[in-house]
Design a protein around this ligand. Structure first.
Ligand code: OAD
Length: 246
């Protein structure tokens, strides 16, 4: 009987889908891409985050990602990551993230889908999506020129570079379509196809967007803007979710 009650409780929980971008990790000390002091203000994205850039100067690309991989060991999840993880007590939470850090997982979120890859993994530069070539790789071990993937090609970071196929997109779209509540945190919504996800949420469900700024493209239809940094905005989100329960 106890099992049955637990099972019913599980299936009755509302599906809360959260779509995150660089802004959620900003307070952990990982710079965003397009804010003042953002990554793509300092570095050339086409040189460091494209196949053409990797072919032209693989050492520069490896140096860039090795530094980001090492930095990940020095940062911690923040209050925003932790509150989203805590929401699993009440909701069936899925996180869809554009971030390549592992801060959602380290905060305790159990269902995290990465759209743009993961710094903690490596793959083949010839067969990026071959499951036999995708491996966990210690963050404190730099990827070097000459390191080989399982297919004998140069090892590369397991990151989706500009122009590359986002293989988890269909699953992400499916998850957003199923959402009972949809939350977007800390993304400029300018990188496609990921940004398209906001169009897949059902028209009638509650939708929240946490970002301290107005987005250049405007607030997507049907969203309530919680205009705050993620670390403060998540507390307001929890208050608004409690309102929905009343
Ligand atoms: P962006 O740098 O484009 O956008 C960051 C967003 O976070 C902006 O809307 C900021 O206003 C907001 N923001 C800044 N600080 C914040 C804070 N403390 N709390 C909440 N929000 C804050 O980053 P993304 O939209 O994530 O892709 O960028 C998308 C993709 O572009 C990345 O995944 C990356 C990049 O090129 C790849 O590398 C493939």
């Amino acid at each position: 009987m106890q099992n049955l009650i637990t099972f019913n409780y599980t299936i009755l929980r509302q599906k809360l889908v959260v779509f995150t971008g660089a802004g959620i990790s900003a307070e952990s000390g990982i710079p965003t891409f397009r804010d003042a002091n953002g990554m793509w203000g300092k570095y050339d994205a086409m040189k460091l985050a494209s196949v053409a850039g990797f072919e032209e100067d693989p050492q520069a690309v490896l140096d860039f990602y090795n530094a980001r991989r090492k930095n990940l060991l020095e940062v911690e999840p923040n209050h925003a990551h932790r509150v989203l993880a805590d929401l699993e007590k009440q909701y069936d939470v899925t996180i869809i993230t554009q971030n390549v850090d592992n801060l959602h997982e380290r905060a305790g979120s159990s269902k995290v889908l990465h759209l743009h890859g993961e710094l903690s993994k490596v793959t083949s530069s010839r067969n990026r999506l071959d499951p036999n070539c995708i491996k966990d790789y210690p963050l404190d071990v730099p990827i070097r020129l000459g390191d080989k993937a399982a297919d004998g090609s140069q090892l590369r970071p397991y990151i989706v570079w500009f122009g590359e196929y986002v293989d988890n997109m269909e699953l992400a779209e499916h998850l957003v379509r199923q959402a009972d509540i949809f939350v977007v945190v800390g993304t400029s919504l300018v990188v496609y196809p990921a940004a398209r996800l906001v169009d897949y949420a059902h028209r009638e469900i509650p939708k929240f967007l946490i970002d301290p700024k107005d987005l250049k493209g405007g607030l997507p239809a049907g969203f309530q803007h919680i205009k705050a940094k993620a670390v403060e905005g998540v507390d307001e989100l929890v208050r608004r979710l409690e309102e929905l329960e009343k």
